[in-house]
Design a protein around this ligand. Sequence first.
Ligand code: G4P
Length: 532
Amino acid sequence: MSIEDEVSRRRTFAIISHPDAGKTTLTEKLLLYGGAIHVAGQVSARKRQRQVTSDWMALERERGISITSTVLQFPYAGCVINLLDTPGHQDFGEDTYRTLLAADSAVMLIDAAKGVEPQTKKLFAICRERKIPLFTFMNKLDRPSRDPLELLDELESVLGIGAYPMNWPLGSGEHFRGVYDRRMRRLHLFERSAHGATRAAVEVTDARDERLRTMVDDAEYARFRDALDLLDGAGAAFDREAMLRGETTPVFFGSAVTNFGVQLFLDDFVQTAPAPGSQRVADGEAVRAEDERFTGFVFKIQANMDPRHRDRIAFVRVCSGRFERDLVVRNARTGNSVRLARAMRLFADERESLESAYAGDVVGLANPGVFAIGDTLYDGARVEFPAIPAFAPEHFAAIRSLDAASYKAFGKGIAQLREEGAVQVFEPWRAGAYEPILGVVGELQFEVAKYRLESEYGVRTAIAAQPYTLAMRVDAERAALDAAHLPSNARLVRDWEGRAVALFESEWSLKLAREWNPAFAFVPFGTDGVAV
Ligand code: G4P
Protein backbone atom coordinates (compact mmCIF):
# COMPACT_ATOMS: atom_id res chain seq x y z
CA MET A 1 0.00 0.00 0.00
CA SER A 2 1.32 3.46 -0.84
CA ILE A 3 1.99 6.07 1.80
CA GLU A 4 -1.02 8.03 0.48
CA ASP A 5 -3.29 5.04 0.97
CA GLU A 6 -1.96 4.36 4.44
CA VAL A 7 -2.44 7.97 5.49
CA SER A 8 -5.93 8.26 4.06
CA ARG A 9 -7.15 5.33 6.15
CA ARG A 10 -5.77 6.62 9.45
CA ARG A 11 -8.13 8.23 11.99
CA THR A 12 -6.40 9.46 15.12
CA PHE A 13 -8.53 10.88 17.89
CA ALA A 14 -8.98 11.34 21.63
CA ILE A 15 -12.11 11.36 23.79
CA ILE A 16 -12.68 14.39 26.01
CA SER A 17 -15.23 14.33 28.79
CA HIS A 18 -16.03 15.17 32.37
CA PRO A 19 -15.32 12.27 34.75
CA ASP A 20 -18.13 9.72 34.84
CA ALA A 21 -19.62 10.69 31.49
CA GLY A 22 -18.72 7.19 30.27
CA LYS A 23 -15.31 7.50 28.61
CA THR A 24 -14.07 4.12 29.79
CA THR A 25 -17.31 2.50 28.72
CA LEU A 26 -17.30 4.08 25.28
CA THR A 27 -13.63 3.21 24.78
CA GLU A 28 -14.39 -0.37 25.61
CA LYS A 29 -17.29 -0.55 23.17
CA LEU A 30 -15.26 1.03 20.39
CA LEU A 31 -12.61 -1.60 20.95
CA LEU A 32 -15.22 -4.31 20.65
CA TYR A 33 -16.03 -3.09 17.17
CA GLY A 34 -12.37 -3.17 16.36
CA GLY A 35 -12.28 -6.82 17.38
CA ALA A 36 -9.99 -6.21 20.33
CA ILE A 37 -12.20 -8.03 22.77
CA HIS A 38 -9.65 -9.09 25.33
CA VAL A 39 -8.31 -5.58 25.56
CA ALA A 40 -11.77 -4.18 26.03
CA GLY A 41 -11.97 -6.35 29.11
CA GLN A 42 -8.64 -5.04 30.27
CA VAL A 43 -9.80 -1.46 30.03
CA SER A 44 -12.81 -2.04 32.20
CA ALA A 45 -10.88 -4.19 34.67
CA ARG A 46 -8.50 -1.33 35.14
CA LYS A 47 -11.35 1.05 35.66
CA ARG A 48 -13.10 -1.30 38.08
CA GLN A 49 -10.03 -1.46 40.19
CA ARG A 50 -9.97 2.29 40.26
CA GLN A 51 -13.53 2.42 41.39
CA VAL A 52 -13.05 0.04 44.26
CA THR A 53 -10.60 2.38 45.89
CA SER A 54 -10.99 5.94 44.87
CA ASP A 55 -7.94 7.25 46.68
CA TRP A 56 -5.16 8.49 44.47
CA MET A 57 -2.56 6.06 45.69
CA ALA A 58 -4.47 3.05 44.57
CA LEU A 59 -5.15 4.84 41.35
CA GLU A 60 -1.52 5.47 40.79
CA ARG A 61 -0.56 1.98 41.83
CA GLU A 62 -2.90 0.74 39.22
CA ARG A 63 -1.27 3.16 36.81
CA GLY A 64 -4.68 4.68 36.57
CA ILE A 65 -4.06 8.39 36.75
CA SER A 66 -1.05 9.77 35.11
CA ILE A 67 -0.05 6.84 33.06
CA THR A 68 -3.36 5.71 31.69
CA SER A 69 -2.32 7.44 28.52
CA THR A 70 -1.90 4.74 25.98
CA VAL A 71 -2.80 4.22 22.40
CA LEU A 72 -5.46 1.84 21.26
CA GLN A 73 -5.07 0.97 17.64
CA PHE A 74 -7.71 -1.08 15.90
CA PRO A 75 -8.96 -1.69 12.40
CA TYR A 76 -12.47 -0.75 11.44
CA ALA A 77 -14.18 -0.62 8.05
CA GLY A 78 -10.90 -0.52 6.19
CA CYS A 79 -9.55 2.25 8.43
CA VAL A 80 -6.85 2.14 11.06
CA ILE A 81 -8.14 3.88 14.15
CA ASN A 82 -5.78 5.30 16.75
CA LEU A 83 -7.59 6.17 19.96
CA LEU A 84 -5.30 8.21 22.17
CA ASP A 85 -6.36 7.52 25.71
CA THR A 86 -5.95 10.34 28.20
CA PRO A 87 -5.96 10.49 32.00
CA GLY A 88 -9.41 10.86 33.44
CA HIS A 89 -8.65 13.13 36.37
CA GLN A 90 -8.95 16.87 35.95
CA ASP A 91 -5.64 17.51 37.72
CA PHE A 92 -3.89 15.99 34.74
CA GLY A 93 -5.20 18.43 32.18
CA GLU A 94 -1.72 19.21 30.96
CA ASP A 95 -1.20 15.61 29.98
CA THR A 96 -4.49 15.65 28.14
CA TYR A 97 -3.46 18.86 26.43
CA ARG A 98 -0.29 17.28 25.09
CA THR A 99 -2.16 14.23 23.93
CA LEU A 100 -4.67 16.38 22.08
CA LEU A 101 -1.77 17.89 20.15
CA ALA A 102 -1.20 14.43 18.72
CA ALA A 103 -4.85 13.93 17.71
CA ASP A 104 -6.49 14.86 14.42
CA SER A 105 -9.97 15.01 15.91
CA ALA A 106 -11.71 14.58 19.25
CA VAL A 107 -14.93 13.10 20.52
CA MET A 108 -16.66 15.13 23.18
CA LEU A 109 -18.61 12.74 25.35
CA ILE A 110 -21.46 14.22 27.34
CA ASP A 111 -23.76 12.72 29.94
CA ALA A 112 -27.16 13.61 28.52
CA ALA A 113 -28.62 13.99 32.00
CA LYS A 114 -26.01 16.60 32.86
CA GLY A 115 -25.03 18.40 29.70
CA VAL A 116 -21.85 20.45 29.48
CA GLU A 117 -19.84 20.10 32.70
CA PRO A 118 -16.78 22.03 33.94
CA GLN A 119 -14.15 19.63 32.62
CA THR A 120 -15.96 19.42 29.29
CA LYS A 121 -15.60 23.18 29.01
CA LYS A 122 -11.91 23.21 29.79
CA LEU A 123 -11.04 20.45 27.37
CA PHE A 124 -13.28 21.98 24.75
CA ALA A 125 -11.30 25.22 25.08
CA ILE A 126 -8.15 23.33 24.12
CA CYS A 127 -9.82 21.79 21.08
CA ARG A 128 -11.06 25.18 20.05
CA GLU A 129 -7.68 26.76 20.43
CA ARG A 130 -6.03 24.01 18.41
CA LYS A 131 -8.94 24.01 15.93
CA ILE A 132 -9.42 20.27 16.41
CA PRO A 133 -12.54 18.95 14.64
CA LEU A 134 -14.99 17.74 17.23
CA PHE A 135 -17.63 15.02 17.29
CA THR A 136 -20.18 14.91 20.09
CA PHE A 137 -21.65 11.79 21.65
CA MET A 138 -24.59 12.39 24.00
CA ASN A 139 -24.45 9.42 26.30
CA LYS A 140 -26.73 7.59 28.75
CA LEU A 141 -29.99 8.05 26.85
CA ASP A 142 -31.19 4.86 28.53
CA ARG A 143 -31.49 6.99 31.66
CA PRO A 144 -33.76 9.99 32.09
CA SER A 145 -32.04 12.71 30.09
CA ARG A 146 -32.42 16.37 29.51
CA ASP A 147 -34.44 17.63 26.58
CA PRO A 148 -32.22 17.02 23.53
CA LEU A 149 -33.00 20.43 22.06
CA GLU A 150 -31.85 21.99 25.28
CA LEU A 151 -28.63 19.96 25.13
CA LEU A 152 -27.93 21.20 21.61
CA ASP A 153 -28.70 24.71 22.66
CA GLU A 154 -26.20 24.39 25.46
CA LEU A 155 -23.44 23.43 23.03
CA GLU A 156 -24.15 26.62 21.15
CA SER A 157 -24.72 28.96 24.08
CA VAL A 158 -22.13 27.64 26.55
CA LEU A 159 -19.40 26.42 24.20
CA GLY A 160 -20.18 28.60 21.23
CA ILE A 161 -20.03 25.79 18.70
CA GLY A 162 -22.71 25.03 16.14
CA ALA A 163 -24.36 21.64 16.70
CA TYR A 164 -25.73 19.42 13.97
CA PRO A 165 -27.62 16.34 15.20
CA MET A 166 -26.86 13.37 12.95
CA ASN A 167 -29.55 11.39 14.71
CA TRP A 168 -32.33 12.13 17.12
CA PRO A 169 -33.54 10.19 20.15
CA LEU A 170 -37.07 8.92 20.51
CA GLY A 171 -37.81 9.12 24.22
CA SER A 172 -35.35 8.81 27.04
CA GLY A 173 -34.86 6.77 30.19
CA GLU A 174 -37.50 4.12 30.57
CA HIS A 175 -39.16 5.40 27.45
CA PHE A 176 -36.07 5.41 25.27
CA ARG A 177 -36.98 3.63 22.05
CA GLY A 178 -34.09 4.38 19.75
CA VAL A 179 -32.47 6.96 17.54
CA TYR A 180 -33.64 8.24 14.22
CA ASP A 181 -30.91 8.53 11.62
CA ARG A 182 -31.73 11.81 9.90
CA ARG A 183 -29.77 11.13 6.76
CA MET A 184 -30.74 7.53 6.17
CA ARG A 185 -34.25 8.19 7.45
CA ARG A 186 -34.50 5.15 9.58
CA LEU A 187 -35.01 4.45 13.20
CA HIS A 188 -32.59 2.23 15.05
CA LEU A 189 -34.55 0.44 17.69
CA PHE A 190 -33.15 0.28 21.16
CA GLU A 191 -33.16 -3.04 22.93
CA ARG A 192 -32.46 -2.91 26.59
CA SER A 193 -29.76 -5.42 27.34
CA ALA A 194 -27.46 -5.64 30.27
CA HIS A 195 -24.22 -5.78 28.37
CA GLY A 196 -24.95 -4.04 25.15
CA ALA A 197 -25.34 -6.80 22.62
CA THR A 198 -26.10 -5.86 19.06
CA ARG A 199 -28.21 -3.22 17.46
CA ALA A 200 -31.39 -3.77 15.54
CA ALA A 201 -32.30 -1.48 12.71
CA VAL A 202 -35.84 -0.90 11.55
CA GLU A 203 -36.40 0.83 8.28
CA VAL A 204 -38.98 3.58 8.39
CA THR A 205 -39.79 5.96 5.62
CA ASP A 206 -39.93 9.14 7.63
CA ALA A 207 -40.62 10.49 11.07
CA ARG A 208 -44.35 10.30 10.51
CA ASP A 209 -44.31 6.54 10.13
CA GLU A 210 -47.22 5.05 12.02
CA ARG A 211 -45.00 2.54 13.77
CA LEU A 212 -43.18 5.30 15.58
CA ARG A 213 -46.40 6.72 16.88
CA THR A 214 -47.27 3.51 18.65
CA MET A 215 -43.94 3.14 20.36
CA VAL A 216 -44.26 6.01 22.77
CA ASP A 217 -47.05 8.01 24.32
CA ASP A 218 -48.64 10.89 22.43
CA ALA A 219 -46.77 13.63 24.23
CA GLU A 220 -43.39 11.99 23.66
CA TYR A 221 -44.16 11.41 20.04
CA ALA A 222 -45.30 15.00 19.56
CA ARG A 223 -42.05 16.26 21.10
CA PHE A 224 -40.02 14.02 18.82
CA ARG A 225 -41.84 15.15 15.70
CA ASP A 226 -41.81 18.81 16.60
CA ALA A 227 -38.09 18.66 17.20
CA LEU A 228 -37.46 16.96 13.88
CA ASP A 229 -39.68 19.47 12.08
CA LEU A 230 -37.73 22.22 13.72
CA LEU A 231 -34.39 20.72 12.75
CA ASP A 232 -35.45 19.95 9.21
CA GLY A 233 -36.98 23.40 8.94
CA ALA A 234 -33.61 24.88 9.85
CA GLY A 235 -32.56 23.54 6.48
CA ALA A 236 -28.84 23.33 5.96
CA ALA A 237 -27.28 19.90 5.54
CA PHE A 238 -24.32 18.86 7.62
CA ASP A 239 -21.35 20.98 6.65
CA ARG A 240 -18.17 18.90 6.92
CA GLU A 241 -15.95 21.83 6.05
CA ALA A 242 -17.38 23.82 8.96
CA MET A 243 -16.66 20.85 11.19
CA LEU A 244 -13.08 20.65 9.97
CA ARG A 245 -12.71 24.33 10.83
CA GLY A 246 -14.01 23.60 14.33
CA GLU A 247 -17.13 25.71 13.88
CA THR A 248 -19.71 22.99 14.15
CA THR A 249 -19.95 19.53 15.68
CA PRO A 250 -22.00 16.56 14.52
CA VAL A 251 -24.02 15.21 17.44
CA PHE A 252 -24.89 11.55 18.02
CA PHE A 253 -27.21 10.24 20.70
CA GLY A 254 -26.77 6.86 22.30
CA SER A 255 -26.03 4.74 25.31
CA ALA A 256 -22.51 3.43 25.53
CA VAL A 257 -23.16 0.96 28.33
CA THR A 258 -25.82 -0.84 26.32
CA ASN A 259 -23.73 -0.48 23.18
CA PHE A 260 -26.46 1.47 21.51
CA GLY A 261 -25.64 4.10 18.93
CA VAL A 262 -21.93 3.31 19.14
CA GLN A 263 -21.69 1.63 15.78
CA LEU A 264 -23.83 4.32 14.18
CA PHE A 265 -21.38 6.81 15.52
CA LEU A 266 -18.32 4.85 14.45
CA ASP A 267 -19.63 4.32 10.91
CA ASP A 268 -20.11 8.02 10.52
CA PHE A 269 -16.90 8.88 12.25
CA VAL A 270 -14.66 6.87 9.91
CA GLN A 271 -16.24 8.61 6.95
CA THR A 272 -16.35 12.12 8.33
CA ALA A 273 -13.29 12.44 10.57
CA PRO A 274 -10.19 13.82 8.94
CA ALA A 275 -7.21 11.68 8.03
CA PRO A 276 -3.85 13.09 9.12
CA GLY A 277 -3.19 16.31 7.25
CA SER A 278 -0.38 18.81 7.13
CA GLN A 279 1.45 19.82 10.27
CA ARG A 280 2.68 23.34 10.62
CA VAL A 281 6.38 23.66 11.39
CA ALA A 282 8.00 26.45 13.35
CA ASP A 283 9.09 28.55 10.37
CA GLY A 284 5.58 28.69 8.92
CA GLU A 285 6.05 25.88 6.41
CA ALA A 286 4.10 22.66 6.65
CA VAL A 287 4.92 18.98 6.47
CA ARG A 288 2.43 16.92 4.47
CA ALA A 289 1.36 13.63 5.96
CA GLU A 290 2.00 11.94 2.60
CA ASP A 291 5.56 13.21 2.28
CA GLU A 292 8.02 10.40 1.78
CA ARG A 293 10.40 11.42 4.50
CA PHE A 294 9.74 10.60 8.13
CA THR A 295 8.89 13.34 10.65
CA GLY A 296 7.30 13.16 14.08
CA PHE A 297 7.27 14.76 17.50
CA VAL A 298 7.43 13.58 21.09
CA PHE A 299 4.23 14.49 22.93
CA LYS A 300 4.67 12.43 26.05
CA ILE A 301 7.42 10.80 28.07
CA GLN A 302 6.65 8.19 30.64
CA ALA A 303 9.07 6.33 32.84
CA ASN A 304 8.53 3.10 34.69
CA MET A 305 5.24 2.31 33.00
CA ASP A 306 5.85 -1.28 33.66
CA PRO A 307 7.65 -2.13 36.90
CA ARG A 308 9.16 -5.16 35.18
CA HIS A 309 10.91 -2.99 32.64
CA ARG A 310 11.76 0.21 34.50
CA ASP A 311 12.48 2.12 31.36
CA ARG A 312 11.52 5.38 29.82
CA ILE A 313 9.21 5.58 26.84
CA ALA A 314 8.84 8.51 24.52
CA PHE A 315 5.49 8.64 22.70
CA VAL A 316 6.08 9.89 19.17
CA ARG A 317 3.30 11.00 16.89
CA VAL A 318 4.27 10.27 13.31
CA CYS A 319 3.55 13.27 11.08
CA SER A 320 4.82 12.10 7.70
CA GLY A 321 6.57 9.34 5.86
CA ARG A 322 7.00 5.75 6.84
CA PHE A 323 8.48 4.83 10.16
CA GLU A 324 10.59 1.71 10.15
CA ARG A 325 12.49 0.08 12.91
CA ASP A 326 16.16 1.03 13.02
CA LEU A 327 15.48 4.20 11.07
CA VAL A 328 18.16 6.79 11.79
CA VAL A 329 16.70 10.26 12.35
CA ARG A 330 17.82 13.56 13.77
CA ASN A 331 16.52 15.27 16.86
CA ALA A 332 15.96 18.95 15.97
CA ARG A 333 16.60 20.12 19.52
CA THR A 334 19.99 18.49 19.99
CA GLY A 335 21.04 18.08 16.37
CA ASN A 336 22.07 14.51 17.19
CA SER A 337 21.36 11.45 15.10
CA VAL A 338 19.52 8.64 16.79
CA ARG A 339 18.72 5.12 15.66
CA LEU A 340 15.12 4.24 16.48
CA ALA A 341 15.88 0.70 17.48
CA ARG A 342 13.52 -0.25 20.26
CA ALA A 343 10.26 0.88 18.74
CA MET A 344 7.00 -0.41 20.05
CA ARG A 345 3.29 -0.21 19.79
CA LEU A 346 1.79 0.77 23.15
CA PHE A 347 -1.47 -1.00 23.32
CA ALA A 348 -3.37 -0.77 26.59
CA ASP A 349 -1.05 -2.55 29.03
CA GLU A 350 0.76 -4.44 26.33
CA ARG A 351 3.75 -3.61 24.23
CA GLU A 352 4.55 -5.15 20.93
CA SER A 353 7.54 -4.57 18.82
CA LEU A 354 6.62 -2.38 15.89
CA GLU A 355 7.89 -2.67 12.36
CA SER A 356 6.27 0.21 10.55
CA ALA A 357 4.01 3.18 11.15
CA TYR A 358 2.53 6.08 9.20
CA ALA A 359 1.24 9.59 9.86
CA GLY A 360 -1.32 9.50 12.65
CA ASP A 361 0.25 6.49 14.36
CA VAL A 362 2.04 6.65 17.67
CA VAL A 363 5.35 4.93 18.19
CA GLY A 364 6.81 4.20 21.60
CA LEU A 365 10.58 4.61 21.79
CA ALA A 366 12.74 3.44 24.63
CA ASN A 367 15.81 5.63 24.43
CA PRO A 368 16.76 6.75 27.91
CA GLY A 369 17.60 10.40 28.21
CA VAL A 370 17.61 11.11 24.50
CA PHE A 371 14.19 12.68 24.10
CA ALA A 372 12.26 15.51 25.73
CA ILE A 373 8.64 16.51 25.36
CA GLY A 374 8.19 18.54 22.19
CA ASP A 375 11.25 17.15 20.37
CA THR A 376 10.97 16.96 16.60
CA LEU A 377 12.45 13.88 14.94
CA TYR A 378 13.09 14.07 11.21
CA ASP A 379 14.74 12.44 8.29
CA GLY A 380 16.15 14.60 5.49
CA ALA A 381 16.08 18.39 5.63
CA ARG A 382 15.77 19.93 9.08
CA VAL A 383 12.27 20.74 10.34
CA GLU A 384 11.01 21.66 13.76
CA PHE A 385 7.40 21.51 14.90
CA PRO A 386 6.17 24.29 17.20
CA ALA A 387 7.24 23.91 20.82
CA ILE A 388 4.75 22.33 23.22
CA PRO A 389 4.05 25.01 25.82
CA ALA A 390 4.24 24.30 29.52
CA PHE A 391 1.19 25.25 31.50
CA ALA A 392 1.43 28.00 34.03
CA PRO A 393 1.71 26.21 37.37
CA GLU A 394 -0.80 27.32 39.97
CA HIS A 395 0.29 25.35 43.03
CA PHE A 396 3.75 25.27 44.50
CA ALA A 397 5.45 23.19 47.15
CA ALA A 398 8.95 22.75 48.50
CA ILE A 399 10.04 19.15 48.53
CA ARG A 400 12.91 17.57 50.44
CA SER A 401 14.26 14.11 50.93
CA LEU A 402 13.73 12.71 54.42
CA ASP A 403 16.74 10.52 54.09
CA ALA A 404 20.17 12.01 53.46
CA ALA A 405 21.44 8.73 52.05
CA SER A 406 18.98 8.80 49.18
CA TYR A 407 19.99 12.23 48.04
CA LYS A 408 21.22 11.09 44.65
CA ALA A 409 18.13 9.05 43.92
CA PHE A 410 16.05 12.05 45.00
CA GLY A 411 17.73 14.27 42.38
CA LYS A 412 17.32 11.59 39.75
CA GLY A 413 13.66 11.06 40.55
CA ILE A 414 12.89 14.77 40.47
CA ALA A 415 14.70 15.15 37.15
CA GLN A 416 12.73 12.27 35.73
CA LEU A 417 9.38 13.67 36.83
CA ARG A 418 10.31 16.98 35.29
CA GLU A 419 11.29 15.38 31.99
CA GLU A 420 7.96 13.66 31.86
CA GLY A 421 6.22 16.98 32.42
CA ALA A 422 4.63 15.45 35.53
CA VAL A 423 5.80 18.46 37.56
CA GLN A 424 7.72 21.65 36.88
CA VAL A 425 10.82 22.13 38.98
CA PHE A 426 12.30 25.39 40.20
CA GLU A 427 15.33 26.12 42.33
CA PRO A 428 16.23 29.15 44.39
CA TRP A 429 17.79 31.88 42.26
CA ARG A 430 20.92 31.96 44.37
CA ALA A 431 22.61 28.59 44.17
CA GLY A 432 22.92 26.73 47.43
CA ALA A 433 21.70 23.42 48.71
CA TYR A 434 19.44 21.49 46.33
CA GLU A 435 15.99 22.68 47.42
CA PRO A 436 13.58 22.12 44.60
CA ILE A 437 10.21 23.80 44.47
CA LEU A 438 7.60 21.91 42.50
CA GLY A 439 5.00 23.70 40.44
CA VAL A 440 1.86 21.94 39.23
CA VAL A 441 -1.47 22.71 37.66
CA GLY A 442 -3.50 20.23 39.72
CA GLU A 443 -2.66 19.52 43.35
CA LEU A 444 -3.03 15.78 42.90
CA GLN A 445 0.22 15.93 40.94
CA PHE A 446 2.09 16.57 44.22
CA GLU A 447 0.70 13.40 45.69
CA VAL A 448 1.62 11.42 42.64
CA ALA A 449 5.15 12.87 42.63
CA LYS A 450 5.63 11.95 46.27
CA TYR A 451 4.26 8.49 45.74
CA ARG A 452 6.35 7.83 42.66
CA LEU A 453 9.54 9.09 44.30
CA GLU A 454 9.00 6.58 47.03
CA SER A 455 7.86 3.62 44.98
CA GLU A 456 10.13 4.04 41.97
CA TYR A 457 13.22 5.68 43.50
CA GLY A 458 13.00 4.56 47.11
CA VAL A 459 13.00 8.12 48.41
CA ARG A 460 10.71 9.28 51.16
CA THR A 461 9.98 12.97 50.97
CA ALA A 462 8.26 15.78 52.83
CA ILE A 463 6.24 18.29 50.88
CA ALA A 464 5.51 21.76 52.20
CA ALA A 465 2.92 23.82 50.36
CA GLN A 466 4.02 27.33 49.39
CA PRO A 467 1.57 30.21 49.24
CA TYR A 468 2.33 31.21 45.64
CA THR A 469 -0.39 31.05 43.03
CA LEU A 470 1.23 32.72 40.06
CA ALA A 471 4.47 32.18 38.14
CA MET A 472 5.90 34.61 35.60
CA ARG A 473 9.02 34.33 33.51
CA VAL A 474 11.32 37.30 34.06
CA ASP A 475 13.24 38.78 31.17
CA ALA A 476 16.13 40.92 32.40
CA GLU A 477 19.90 41.22 32.55
CA ARG A 478 21.60 38.73 34.81
CA ALA A 479 23.11 41.44 37.04
CA ALA A 480 19.73 43.18 37.34
CA LEU A 481 18.13 39.89 38.36
CA ASP A 482 20.75 39.39 41.05
CA ALA A 483 19.76 42.79 42.43
CA ALA A 484 16.00 42.32 41.92
CA HIS A 485 13.76 44.03 44.44
CA LEU A 486 10.63 41.94 44.85
CA PRO A 487 7.80 42.21 47.40
CA SER A 488 8.65 40.21 50.51
CA ASN A 489 6.01 37.57 49.74
CA ALA A 490 7.36 36.97 46.22
CA ARG A 491 10.34 34.86 45.24
CA LEU A 492 12.82 34.68 42.42
CA VAL A 493 13.69 31.16 41.27
CA ARG A 494 15.22 29.53 38.20
CA ASP A 495 13.72 26.85 36.02
CA TRP A 496 15.67 23.76 34.89
CA GLU A 497 17.17 25.67 32.02
CA GLY A 498 18.39 28.40 34.37
CA ARG A 499 15.81 30.95 33.24
CA ALA A 500 14.47 33.35 35.84
CA VAL A 501 10.93 32.86 37.11
CA ALA A 502 9.18 34.92 39.79
CA LEU A 503 6.57 33.36 42.06
CA PHE A 504 3.81 35.56 43.46
CA GLU A 505 1.03 35.13 45.96
CA SER A 506 -1.29 37.49 44.13
CA GLU A 507 -1.75 39.77 41.15
CA TRP A 508 -1.23 42.62 43.54
CA SER A 509 2.22 41.41 44.43
CA LEU A 510 3.05 41.08 40.72
CA LYS A 511 1.84 44.63 40.16
CA LEU A 512 4.22 45.91 42.84
CA ALA A 513 7.09 43.93 41.35
CA ARG A 514 6.40 45.54 37.97
CA GLU A 515 6.44 49.00 39.52
CA TRP A 516 9.66 48.37 41.41
CA ASN A 517 11.47 46.79 38.47
CA PRO A 518 10.51 48.79 35.40
CA ALA A 519 13.35 47.28 33.37
CA PHE A 520 12.04 43.73 33.86
CA ALA A 521 9.59 42.05 31.53
CA PHE A 522 7.26 39.70 33.42
CA VAL A 523 6.00 37.20 30.86
CA PRO A 524 3.24 34.64 31.44
CA PHE A 525 3.92 30.98 30.69
CA GLY A 526 2.97 30.22 27.15
CA THR A 527 -0.18 28.25 26.55
CA ASP A 528 -1.87 30.79 24.35
CA GLY A 529 -4.20 31.76 27.13
CA VAL A 530 -5.68 28.31 27.66
CA ALA A 531 -6.17 27.63 31.34
CA VAL A 532 -6.83 24.06 32.31
P1 G4P B 1 -15.55 7.70 32.86
O1 G4P B 1 -14.52 6.78 32.28
O2 G4P B 1 -15.93 8.81 31.93
O3 G4P B 1 -15.26 8.19 34.22
O4 G4P B 1 -16.90 6.89 32.98
P2 G4P B 1 -17.23 5.33 32.99
O5 G4P B 1 -17.16 4.75 31.63
O6 G4P B 1 -16.50 4.64 34.06
O7 G4P B 1 -18.75 5.43 33.38
C1 G4P B 1 -19.18 6.00 34.59
C2 G4P B 1 -20.46 5.33 35.02
O8 G4P B 1 -21.45 5.59 34.04
C3 G4P B 1 -20.34 3.82 35.13
O9 G4P B 1 -21.23 3.43 36.14
C4 G4P B 1 -20.87 3.35 33.80
O10 G4P B 1 -21.39 2.04 33.83
C5 G4P B 1 -21.98 4.36 33.57
N1 G4P B 1 -22.32 4.50 32.16
C6 G4P B 1 -21.51 4.69 31.11
N2 G4P B 1 -22.22 4.78 29.98
C7 G4P B 1 -23.51 4.64 30.32
C8 G4P B 1 -24.74 4.63 29.60
O11 G4P B 1 -24.80 4.76 28.39
N3 G4P B 1 -25.87 4.47 30.33
C9 G4P B 1 -25.87 4.31 31.69
N4 G4P B 1 -27.04 4.16 32.29
N5 G4P B 1 -24.74 4.30 32.40
C10 G4P B 1 -23.58 4.47 31.72
P3 G4P B 1 -20.78 2.99 37.58
O12 G4P B 1 -21.99 2.66 38.34
O13 G4P B 1 -19.85 4.01 38.11
O14 G4P B 1 -19.92 1.73 37.28
P4 G4P B 1 -20.39 0.26 36.85
O15 G4P B 1 -20.79 -0.38 38.11
O16 G4P B 1 -21.49 0.39 35.87
O17 G4P B 1 -19.15 -0.30 36.24
